[in-house]
Design a binder for this molecule. Structure first.
Ligand code: SF4
Length: 229
């Protein structure tokens, strides 16, 4: 069996797996090149700089009870060939299992879904706007895989939310509203503001965007739309 490519571990999180106290395991490797990627060091493929799986598995076994979930993030965790077997090991321990994915590998996601309790699916831009989606991901024809992943999720019965990272450097007000409108039928859609480096290199969220009027318009489309800052 190939080794899980662990790039890092967040030992405790109450926000990355809704309703669970979870460890977040970051896996190495992602073929997309989003301009706002907060983990660019995790993009190249490789074995990862984090703990080896046997060591991490033993740590998780000792944490059971204080933690009740493990969520895999990245990078793009669906592409790690070791993940299905690792999920099976954690399920046997009694953990609830979550996944963060950009939906770029629907075939891999399909193999993982029966093993998962929850998925956070990134939707980078309205899937009807292929040109903006490709501009953000740095890859051509990037919407097709995401469309397929969303369809798989909807059919699976697995609990999920769609998450969109937004910033006026990429999104006009109309782009934002189009995205919210397109996802109005999914159970939960969360916007998160991208943080980009300012002149001094510090990461900053956009100031005064989305405006209160724009947010009100978005919430008229989806009441209760969440904005994480
Ligand atoms: S899909 Fe995620 S990990 Fe991959 S480049 Fe984009 S933001 Fe980074």
């Amino acid at each position: 069996m190939s080794q899980l490519a662990v790039a890092g571990l967040q030992p405790f999180s109450s926000v990355d797996f809704p309703g669970r106290l979870a460890a977040v395991v970051f896996l190495q490797g992602c073929p997309w090149r989003c301009g706002y990627c907060h983990n660019p060091g995790l993009q190249p493929r490789g074995r990862g700089e984090g703990p080896r799986w046997p060591e991490l598995r033993d740590w998780l076994a000792r944490r059971l009870g204080r933690l009740d979930g493990v969520v895999f993030s990245g990078g793009e965790p669906t592409l790690d060939p070791a993940l299905p077997a690792v999920l099976d090991e954690l399920r046997a321990m009694g953990y609830a299992l979550g996944l963060h994915t950009a939906g770029l590998a629907p075939r891999c996601l399909g193999g993982l879904l029966p093993r998962l309790d929850w998925v956070g699916l990134d939707i980078k831009a309205a899937l009807g706007d292929a040109s903006l989606h490709d501009r953000i991901t740095g890859r051509r024809a990037s919407t097709r895989a995401v469309r397929d992943s969303l369809a798989l999720l909807r059919a699976s019965g697995v609990d999920f939310e769609c998450r969109s990272t937004v910033h006026p450097a990429w999104f006009s007000d109309a782009d934002l509203l189009r995205l919210v409108r397109e996802l109005a039928g999914v159970p939960r859609h969360v916007l998160q503001l991208a943080r980009l480096p300012d002149a001094s290199g510090s990461l900053r969220a956009p100031v005064a965007w989305p405006s209160p009027a724009l947010l009100a318009e978005a919430r008229a489309i989806r009441p209760g739309l969440l904005l994480r800052t």
